[in-house]
Write a protein that binds this ligand. Structure first.
Ligand SMILES: Nc1ncnc2c1ncn2[C@@H]1O[C@H](COP(=O)(O)OP(=O)(O)O)[C@@H](O)[C@H]1O
Ligand SMILES: [Mg+2]
Length: 248
């Protein structure tokens, strides 16, 4: 299994949108099923944004896994986003979400062996030093830092990337849009690999609400093409790190 966390150093650059987009395209590229977990300690937006129910959520999941984590319990507490992507949503309230994330994070880490058949895409929101998801983030195969390529986001990014690298957490960068500051320069300054760019698309929520289109013409939208490219690069990177570990 692979665990990919998506987070930001500052502001609201598009972490949730990227997480949802990656989730939609995950299975067609990797051949493995993904479950999206909304683990943003500021509270969730998925239910409200994509017309899902308030429950089941992390709250019910936390109760269900008190004794043991199982795929069945994860799936039963997830809701289908756009009829395609199983998503475990967070309550809208940040305090409640932080409370449940504290216990869920530890239980997930202890129970990862039970989730081998699936991959997790975890929306961790803003990355903070004492976040309730810290233990889980340390177990991730890849943490993707999302940033808008603006000069004022550079310093927070550089500091966050340094913190991740100091903890030996594999970290890479995705930029939302490619202007005005060159994404390659952002990555160079932060000393992390640039996975690529998610296209700047003002209708991103509307587009994602419909799920990954079955219609070929609609798939040609730059947003889908860039998301597809990103999933390929992430998958390639994950495969390579597995091979390197095996070789070592
Ligand atoms: N690729 C994108 N292009 C343009 N706007 C985007 C994109 N991704 C997100 N946004 C916008 O940025 C805002 C925050 O998006 P969201 O995905 O919730 O980010 P975060 O999880 O970092 O807070 C929303 O208004 C959303 O429409
Ligand atoms: Mg978010």
């Amino acid at each position: 299994m692979s665990i990919i966390a998506v987070g930001s150093a500052k502001a609201s650059p598009g972490v949730t949108s990227l997480s949802v987009g990656l989730g939609f395209l995950w299975e067609s590229t990797t051949g493995r099923q993904a479950v999206l977990i909304e683990a943003d300690s500021d509270g969730g937006v998925l239910a409200a944004r994509f017309g899902l129910s308030l429950a089941p959520s992390l709250v019910e999941f936390s109760g269900a896994i008190r004794h043991e984590v199982t795929i069945d319990r994860l799936q039963r507490n997830s809701q289908l986003l756009a009829g395609q992507l199983p998503a475990l949503v967070a309550p809208g309230c940040g305090e409640t979400t932080s409370l449940v994330l504290g216990s869920i994070s530890k239980q997930l880490v202890d129970g990862l062996d039970h989730l081998k058949e699936i991959d997790l895409v975890i929306d961790i929101g803003r990355v903070r030093p004492y976040s309730p998801t810290t233990d889980l983030v340390r177990r991730c195969d890849l943490v993707i830092l999302v940033v808008r390529p603006h000069f004022d986001q550079l310093v927070p990014l550089v500091h966050q990337a340094r913190r991740m690298i100091a903890q030996n957490i594999p970290t890479a960068l995705v930029c939302v849009g490619d202007r005005p500051y060159p994404p390659t320069e952002m990555a160079k300054a932060a000393q992390v690999d640039l996975l690529g760019v998610m296209a700047y698309e003002p209708r991103v929520v509307q587009v994602l609400s419909g799920g990954f289109p079955s219609n070929r013409r609609h798939r040609r939208l730059l947003l889908w093409r860039t998301l597809n490219e990103l999933v390929h690069r992430i998958n390639y990177r994950l495969q390579n790190s597995v091979n390197t570990r095996i070789a070592a």
